[in-house]
Design a protein around this ligand. Structure first.
Ligand SMILES: [Zn+2]
Length: 281
């Protein structure tokens, strides 16, 4: 076990020299007992081989029960939180992976609670409840896990994912601004092969107008007489969203960032880019 692992969950130490051997059947303390029948109950005892005897110290399974959660549980929780953060790094999130990560964390929380009950039972039985509870793993593992999940559920992953894709998105925006639709289409096909983004086009082969996205769900946001603020185009992330919805980035360079979001998912990212649902069945 690593030093950090021992720091987290050293387990409860027992003085091996203080072990008392008792008859496994009747509990008679038989330190000086000669090999032969137990003087209390007649069970066959042999102190040399410890046949028929049990130690007053806990068996390996009970010692394992008293060990606080350590590196394996911490690594599992951090990995699940990382998957969750990764799934939330695209607009609207990646529902499938979010579900996998959440299920793994619920499972780990259940294992933690069961271990706590088991440890309480075992250490109490040997009068070492305090020593068992003092191990750092009991609080350090859940605190670190909760912190990691809090980061995963914050807006941080979404902004990190945008930051990673920003160069490619700005290259698409430059082509759109220049009115180079053939260039936009070619670049979109190339990006699609690389990172799974694609520019959304309408049936006439023109970039889909943001106000036509998802059955016009952004129309309620239009200020009277300000339709021109909504000139732009959308980039879909095909693997994102839930079964009936897909997320993506929307380039709206003229839309004021204080535009009130009608649906909670639609928000500005900076540089003229917004994010939210771009397709809805
Ligand atoms: Zn006995």
């Amino acid at each position: 076990m690593s030093r950090f692992g021992r720091w987290l969950s050293p387990g409860v130490r027992f003085d091996e020299g203080a072990a008392e051997w008792r008859c496994a059947r009747c509990g008679y303390a038989c330190r000086q007992h000669a090999a032969g029948p137990c003087s209390e109950c007649g069970a066959d005892l042999d102190p040399a081989t410890r046949r028929g005897l049990r130690s007053s110290l806990p068996a390996p399974l009970m010692r394992a029960a008293m060990r606080a959660p350590g590196l394996p549980m911490l690594a599992g929780a951090l990995a699940a939180a990382a998957v969750w953060a990764w799934a939330r790094s695209v607009p609207t999130g990646d529902f499938g992976w979010e579900l996998v990560a959440a299920a793994a964390l619920v499972l780990l929380a259940g294992v933690y609670l069961l271990r706590m009950l088991w440890a309480g039972f075992a250490s109490n039985r040997y009068g070492r409840l305090g020593d068992c509870a003092r191990q750092r793993g009991w609080w350090a593992v859940p605190v670190a896990s909760i912190a990691a999940v809090a980061v995963a559920l914050s807006p941080l992953p979404l902004h990190a994912g945008f930051w990673v894709r920003r160069g490619e998105l700005d290259a698409l925006a430059a082509l759109w601004t220049a009115g180079d639709l053939d260039g936009l289409r070619a670049r979109s096909d190339a990006v699609r092969a690389g990172r799974g983004m694609r520019v959304m086009f309408d049936a006439d082969g023109r970039p889909l107008a943001p106000l036509d996205l998802g059955s016009g769900m952004l129309r309620p946001l239009v200020r009277p007489g300000a339709e021109s603020e909504w000139r732009g185009f959308a980039v879909e992330i095909p693997e994102s969203g839930f079964i009936f919805e897909t997320g993506g980035y929307i380039y709206l360079p003229n839309l004021p960032v204080d535009t009130t979001p009608a649906n909670g998912g639609f928000s500005p990212l900076g540089g003229g880019w917004w994010q939210g649902i771009v397709w809805r069945d």
